[in-house]
Design a binder for this molecule. Structure first.
Ligand code: EPZ
Length: 419
């Protein structure tokens, strides 16, 4: 596995474009399982998680070709109704083929996604929702086994506004008999993008992006051509890279309306933020100061930007208080940031960050995707050289990450790792 070699110091400057949204593209690929003919998806990021989802679709027997951000998916002639452990274990979003397989083929065998470094990753709400639609759900030998003689619409309430559960249930509902209403649904922009994709296939969906989604079942779904929305989390990560180096950057590629609370928090921390049709720009005229942040389901502060924001606040003036409400173990990056000279203490779901004048470069290791990105950001501003190991985690969700940062003036290169 490679590592990043980073020389801290340069203020980032210029314009950079984010790729398509990982957390939408993966679900559109799952939805394509239900199409009677080919789907063509544009603006798909070339990242490891997309490659793994391509392997899942190929394992099912579907045709998958990917070139220059354009992904073509064709139906399987004799589908294998399974997502195997060796793929689901690599990428838990593979569990989202469960709803599509049951809805289209009446059966599915999907490996239970294990936990991951950021915490337990349950699928109880996915399974409960599908059972309420008439699927017979069971778990044996580490696999979810599901069967259905057709699904029926239902009116269900999610205990928590789970993104994955909302998506799996919404996809299953588009081929159910009758109307399904999902209450307390997740409202992330990626949900609305998936609904737009499904509507393009012929589904009838109202309310995607709000907490109540109504789906009227169809008999069949056609193929569709669709362009993935921009990746709001990558945009936020690049804006934070500019902020930690006290630079001035314009990030194109995502709708500023998908990052409202995040932009407001960056303003509160002393950054100058401007959003217009081209994208979002950041500059840091004075100092970055400490703030209070609580992560919440959309439109709250995104948990996927929490580690990267922690890195910026580690170099802010004053103290910050961060509460992580979504995952039960998403402060893994703190130990590594403290090895770079940060002063962060955690207690359960809370972190207290006492800003330090400057971090100092050191060897560190990425524990997961967003923690890895946070360590890169810290290295961009730390005094001296920072080596970030285990950057395969970063390759899962960021396309050409070092290229984009280097185009803004960062001294970062990918080198073979001796570890
Ligand atoms: C999606 O994960 C994203 N991943 C995550 O991004 C993101 O952090 C998360 O939503 C929250 O926004 C993808 O879209 C591929 P959840 P998901 O279902 O769907 C619990 C990244 O860095 N839960 O909203 O798994 C669960 O344990 C990744 O890009 C249940 O208890 O998130 C977790 O604590 C990380 N039972 C919380 O809800 C269930 O049935 C959030 O889960 C489902 C979820």
């Amino acid at each position: 596995m490679d590592k990043y070699l980073i020389e801290g110091g340069p203020r980032l400057a210029g314009t950079v474009r984010a790729s398509g949204a990982k957390n939408s593209a993966l679900k559109l690929m799952a939805a394509a399982v239900m199409a009677e003919d080919a789907c063509l998806i544009h603006n798909v990021p070339d990242i490891m998680d997309v490659r793994i989802m391509m392997d899942v679709l190929a394992y099912i027997g579907m045709g998958v070709t990917f070139s220059g951000g354009d992904l073509e998916i064709t139906p399987a002639t004799a589908p294998r109704l399974e997502a195997p452990y060796h793929l689901v274990q690599k990428m838990r979003a593979a569990v989202e083929v469960l709803g599509p397989l049951i809805a289209r083929h009446g059966r599915a065998r999907v490996a239970m996604p294990g936990g991951c470094n950021i915490g337990a990753r349950q699928v109880d709400m996915h399974m409960k929702g599908l059972a309420l639609m008439g699927a017979r759900m069971g778990v044996s030998h580490g696999y979810i086994e599901a069967e259905a003689d057709g699904l029926s619409g239902t009116h269900l309430y999610l205990d928590f506004a789970s993104m994955g559960a909302t998506e799996n249930i919404m996809m299953a509902a588009v081929l159910a008999d009758g109307v399904t209403v999902v209450e307390n649904a997740a409202k992330e922009p990626e949900i609305a993008d998936l609904a737009a994709f499904l509507s393009g296939m012929g589904a009838r969906i109202e309310g995607a992006g709000t907490s109540t989604i109504e789906i009227e079942g169809s008999r069949t779904l056609s193929g569709v051509e669709h362009t993935v929305i921009g990746d709001r989390i990558e945009v936020g990560t690049l804006l934070l890279a500019a902020a930690i180096t006290r630079g001035e950057v314009l990030v194109e590629g995502a709708d500023p309306g998908h990052l409202e609370i995040f932009i407001e928090k960056m303003r509160e921390a002393g950054c100058e933020m401007r959003a217009d049709g081209r994208g979002i720009s950041v500059s840091v005229p004075r100092e970055v100061t400490g703030v209070e942040i609580s992560t919440l389901p959309y439109p709250g502060f995104p948990t996927d930007l929490q580690p990267q924001t922690l890195a910026v606040l580690a170099t802010a003036q004053g103290t910050s208080f961060i509460t992580e409400n979504i995952f039960d173990n998403r402060f893994m990056v703190v130990d590594e940031l403290n090895r770079l000279g940060a002063s962060i203490k955690t207690n359960d779901h809370h972190a207290i960050v006492r800003g330090v004048p400057r971090l100092s470069g050191a060897p560190v290791s990425a524990t997961d995707l967003r923690a890895g990105a946070a360590l890169v950001l810290a290295g961009l501003s730390a005094e001296g050289t920072t080596e970030v190991y285990d950057i395969g985690h970063i390759d899962r969700g960021y396309e050409r990450f070092e290229e984009k940062l280097a185009s803004l003036g960062a001294k970062i290169e990918r080198v073979p790792s001796e570890a």
